[in-house]
Design a protein around this ligand. Structure first.
Ligand SMILES: [Fe+2]
Length: 146
């Protein structure tokens, strides 16, 4: 994971992210063991649902999907992602209303807390395989910033 302040280009540590309410942990992407770590988070923060999202250059309507994710929005549920492979870019609005850019790769686990504005896009490889955790099944919808 690489986190930086977009305007100043200064790096941020996991502790500094935590000051904004963003949780980061590295979990070794070993299929034998990562689920135990995810189960721990599920228990700790009451996530009841889990699914997997895969985006590749062959995903139908990839550009339409990315357009949806890349517009600044928030959710009333946490946005929880564990990256299995590929990469992605999360921009998160800090409490000072400035962008923090998180570039994530395999093994990165992040929680963007509920009600925090953010946007997402892929890197140039246009590939990501990630597990998502949710507190509620159907309520996870984007609310766009106006
Ligand atoms: Fe989102």
């Amino acid at each position: 994971m690489n986190a930086k302040h977009l305007q100043t280009n200064l790096s941020l540590s996991a502790d500094q992210l935590a000051q904004h309410g963003v949780v980061y942990q590295y979990i070794t992407p070993d299929p034998q063991t990562y689920q135990t770590s995810l189960d721990h988070w599920k228990q700790q923060r009451n996530y009841i649902a889990q699914d997997q999202i895969t985006l590749t250059p062959n995903t139908p309507n990839l550009e339409t999907l990315l357009e949806k994710f890349s517009k600044e929005h928030l959710h009333t549920d946490d946005e929880v992602r564990y990256i299995l492979s590929g990469s992605g870019i999360f921009d998160i609005r800090s409490i000072q209303d400035e962008w923090i850019r998180l570039t994530v790769h395999a093994g990165d686990f992040i929680i963007v807390p509920a009600n925090m504005y953010h946007r997402f896009t892929l890197t140039d490889e246009k590939k990501i395989d990630a597990i998502r955790l949710f507190k509620e099944n159907p309520s996870w919808v984007p609310i766009y910033r106006t």
